[in-house]
Write a protein that binds this ligand. Structure first.
Ligand code: PLP
Length: 361
């Protein structure tokens, strides 16, 4: 079969290795181990899994709650498949359960339909770099259960942790009925770019069909490389990679606390990003897109403007009004990436950024 197409749901060898790893390392309890390999769906990157989940679940106008700000590859895909994004506020620990519950209640009242999906990146979110405390994971799962909302739990950054990993929300979903769990090789081994998903059984066949429409199957050669990587190499290679990113994060964070004007910023315990936003109204009035072009780029510094992490249309929950309002964008926020260049260059860049912010804010 070496010269044939592979199974749409993925190469069995890789699915077996991942099923075993998900139980051993991530302590998932909705599968029992290697023997449950058929419950693992392989995708071409986890972005494809996100697309599949939204494609099979979203009917036009269906409401999806996301953090504010949120991974742009998620919010834009919701709009592409006809969904309606309502953003919920976050702090430096991610989504705030009390506000998420009120967002569900107020959105259902305002739009006259049930909220369908809650999107959560529990470890080192993109763009803020926040990690949800265990208590919030439990509260969010409980809210999803009570309001009958499906959770898409995106574990893209779970391997890229500088501290001990917290148990995933998926471990609370013992019967595999509520949470779609997606992850990827991309954050520590991007050239492989294998996504893998555990989802409720009643969604699996539809997702598999949808994947078939997109690409018939993920290249078998890549999956076989991934099988060897997950079976033999990840646990020896990962600590070295994580250490390197941690040093880069420390360089970025130290430069930031020494040079930035007053504001809110995160101190990530993993992943690739720090988020900074000025205090008060400036979070919504300062235009980082303009600042990037007119000030930062001529000085050879670049950040990703906060406005990039919102859908082209949608609504937001306003915690002061305790109601759903037109989309509110943190244009004064910025994602500071520390994954790409050396810690020496990060140190120079972040200090330059801090001084330019002081002059321009
Ligand atoms: C939160 C999050 N989820 C999913 C993805 C998709 O990654 P991939 O398709 O490479 O697995 C990304 C990529 O940046 C991301 O930041």
């Amino acid at each position: 079969n070496e010269f044939q197409y592979g199974q749409t749901a993925g190469w069995p060898g890789l699915r077996k290795v991942l099923a075993k790893r998900l139980v051993k390392k991530d302590k998932l309890n909705c599968i029992s181990g290697e023997e449950d390999w058929e419950k693992v769906l392989i995708s071409t990157g986890s972005q494809q899994a996100i697309y599949l989940a939204l494609d099979i679940l979203i009917n036009p106008g269906d409401i999806v709650i996301t953090p504010s700000p949120a991974y742009l590859g998620f919010v834009t895909t919701v709009v592409k498949v006809g969904g309606h994004v309502v953003t919920a506020p976050t702090d430096n620990e991610g989504l705030i359960p009390e506000y998420v519950e009120d967002t569900i209640i107020k959105a259902e009242k305002k739009f006259g339909r049930k909220v369908k999906i809650l999107y959560v990146v529990e470890d080192s979110d993109n763009p803020k770099g926040t990690t949800l405390p265990v208590k919030r994971r439990e509260q969010l799962f409980d809210i999803a259960e009570r309001h009958d909302v499906i959770v898409i739990c995106d574990a893209a950054y779970k391997e890229m942790q500088f501290e001990e990993r917290k148990p995933s929300m998926k471990t609370l979903d013992k019967d595999n009925e509520r949470v779609i769990y997606t992850s990827t090789s991309s954050k520590e081994a991007a050239p492989i770019r294998i996504g893998y998903t555990i989802m409720p059984d009643y969604l699996f066949t539809e997702a598999e069909k949808s994947k078939g429409y997109l690409d018939l199957c993920t290249p078998t050669l890549t999956q076989r490389v991934a099988e060897i990587y997950y079976d033999k190499h990840i646990d020896t290679e990962l600590p070295k990679i994580v250490q390197k990113y941690k040093e880069q994060k420390d360089a970025a964070y130290n430069g930031l606390i020494e040079t930035f004007p007053e504001g809110d910023f995160t101190n990530p315990s993993g992943g690739f990003f720090i988020w900074y936003q000025p205090k008060g109204e400036k979070a919504f009035t300062f235009d980082v897109r303009k600042f990037n072009q007119e000030v930062l780029m001529p000085n050879e510094v670049l950040v990703v403007p906060g406005a990039a992490f919102y859908p082209p249309s949608g609504h937001s929950y306003d915690p002061e009004a305790r109601d759903i309002e037109p989309l509110k964008v943190i244009t004064g926020g910025m994602r500071i990436g520390y994954s790409f260049v050396s810690k020496e260059l990060i140190d120079v860049g972040v200090r330059k950024l801090g001084n330019l912010l002081k002059e321009n804010l």
